[in-house]
Design a protein around this ligand. Structure first.
Ligand code: C2E
Ligand code: CA
Ligand code: CA
Ligand code: CA
Length: 278
């Protein structure tokens, strides 16, 4: 039995070592990712449910590495936050998406909006707002066309330091969105104190909208909360016509998901959504 214990310990140890090794490999590779042009941004359309027209896009980071393959943002954003690389990567995603969407809008009758995911670490950077405003001024984008998404959970953890930053961002005319709404604390008291103007229903609720009464009630409740606090409500992860019909029935404003589009490269976005002006 001692031998078995030793064996399973070795196995366990090896598994941990492999994980640590993989993390270190990723960390080392991520440090070089920006210089090697391995980070890319794709855009997922957000559709106005009433008009059926494109309202805007969410910018989503992608990392392609020759040795590691395509690493999901779920994995590399965490490493980026832990190593401080999030500041450079976040600024890259911001600048690239402002460039792409201002170009898109320059041939467009009605400009579309762009939503950008922010890590709370970026908001705790004293120079973040200055860098953001400079980047937006460079591209001549209207502030009202820019939405900054912050995950509800992470925001609440850092509420005291982040809420004055959010106040300043609102004063500049940017939109603020609470991402993955309903998965976190969901205490309503902070909703009236924070300067946010949008909530995003997490895809886990949309996914079970037609199969779970609990999810259905939650979606209805979130839309009602949006109504009473005068917030735009976005549903993410919409995959079927039935889910869309139900969301439309509850008067959700905006939908995003594979039913409309997967995240698209900027050229695919233009090919699909550009109005052709004569
Ligand atoms: P998120 O902000 O909740 O983004 C939505 C995720 O759901 C995206 O995954 C998107 O591709 C996926 N998705 C969209 N529609 C559907 C659908 O109909 N069905 C299903 N099953 N999934 C759908 P992605 O691109 O892998 O991003 C994962 C997360 O990584 C994001 O979650 C966001 O929290 C984070 N992230 C991505 N880009 C950035 C970034 O530039 N900065 C920061 N700080 N975080 C980022
Ligand atoms: Ca998001
Ligand atoms: Ca989300
Ligand atoms: Ca999410």
């Amino acid at each position: 039995s001692k031998a078995r214990q030793k064996g399973s310990f070795l196995f366990f140890n090896t598994a941990i070592n492999q994980q640590v090794h993989l993390d270190l490999q990723r960390e080392a590779a991520l440090r070089l990712a920006l210089e090697n042009n391995e980070i890319d941004v794709v855009y997922q359309p957000q559709i106005n449910i009433k008009s059926g027209k494109i309202h805007g896009v969410e910018a989503l980071a992608r990392w392609h590495n020759d040795r590691l393959g395509n690493v999901s943002p779920v994995d590399f954003i965490k490493i980026a936050e832990d190593t401080g690389l999030i500041h450079d990567i976040g600024m890259f995603v911001l600048k690239k998406s402002l460039l792409d969407i201002s170009n898109f809008n320059s041939n467009q009758d009605q400009p579309i909006a762009v939503s950008i995911n922010l890590s709370p670490k970026q908001l705790n950077d004293a120079y973040f707002i200055d860098k953001l405003v400079a980047a937006v001024t460079d591209r001549n984008m209207e502030h009202r066309l820019i939405t900054l998404e912050i995950t509800e959970n992470l925001l609440i953890e850092d509420l005291a330091s982040i809420s004055p930053v959010l106040e300043r961002l609102r004063d500049y005319g940017f939109n603020l969105s609470l991402d993955d709404f309903g998965t976190g604390y969901s205490s309503l008291s902070y909703l009236s104190n924070l300067p946010i103007n949008e909530i995003k229903i997490d895809q886990s609720f949309v996914n079970k909208l037609l199969t779970s009464h609990e999810s259905e009630s939650l979606v209805k409740a979130i839309i009602a909360i949006g109504e009473s606090y005068q917030l735009t409500v976005v549903a993410e992860g919409v995959e079927t016509a039935e889910q869309l019909a139900q969301l439309s029935h509850y008067q959700c404003h905006i939908a995003q998901g594979y039913y409309f589009d997967r995240p698209l490269s900027v050229s695919d976005l233009c090919a699909r959504y550009h109005e052709h002006l004569n």
